[in-house]
Design a protein. Structure first.
Length: 202
């Protein structure tokens, strides 16, 4: 949360969060210590702890920034192409664009879950909350095409997205994105044409 009385984040807080976001994503959360973040953000430890009482608070703020960016990505897809199938295609294309971007290191939330496997951890809980939002968003869009079977089809979509995000930093991203987008297109076409109550989309 912004600390200055006017409600805007301070320059030091913004610098800390930007530095932590870059380092946590590219190198891993546990691999990056507070001293490194303080040094690269050019602030004192006291300044860091004034804004983030502990490293976990900084990690949660980092994931919050990624969550807001992804929500904005979804909103933009829906605004650009209001028809639900087109919204999902636009969202898929924006995911593929991220996979093809320089410095891609996979899904920030899946990476964080791997580093914080304890289900009771606030970081793990933040990952689950984000993923529930994403599943709900996809489910709502699919339900506008046909309500029956929207949730199973949404889980299928999310699993394809997870696979593409994991493979995209290991193999040829262009090929991974082509496969992912083809899979999404097939899912949408079959889903729209099938009585999903009679069986799974596949």
């Amino acid at each position: 949360m912004p600390t200055p009385s006017e409600g805007r984040p301070s320059e030091a807080r913004s610098r800390l969060l930007a530095t932590a976001t870059r380092l946590f994503y590219t190198e891993g959360i546990h691999a990056v210590g507070i001293d490194r973040i303080v040094a690269e953000a050019q602030v004192t430890r006291a300044t860091l702890y004034r804004h983030f009482p502990g490293k976990e608070d900084l990690v949660l703020a980092y994931l919050g920034e990624v969550d807001r960016a992804m929500r904005g990505q979804a909103d933009q897809a829906v605004t650009a192409r209001p028809a639900p199938a087109d919204s999902l295609r636009a969202l898929s294309e924006s995911i593929a664009e991220g996979i093809r971007s320089p410095g891609f290191r996979g899904c920030a939330f899946l990476n964080a879950a791997a580093e914080y496997p304890d289900p009771g951890s606030p970081v793990h809980q933040a990952v689950l909350a984000h993923r529930q939002w994403f599943l709900d968003t996809v489910t709502e869009l699919l339900a506008k095409i046909q309500e029956t079977g929207a949730e199973p089809a949404a889980r299928h979509f999310v699993m394809m997205r997870d696979g593409a995000m994991a493979a995209g930093c290991l193999f040829d991203p262009a090929l991974i994105c082509e496969t992912f987008l083809h899979g999404v297109d097939r899912l949408l076409r079959v889903y729209a044409a099938t009585d999903y109550s009679q069986g799974a989309v596949g």
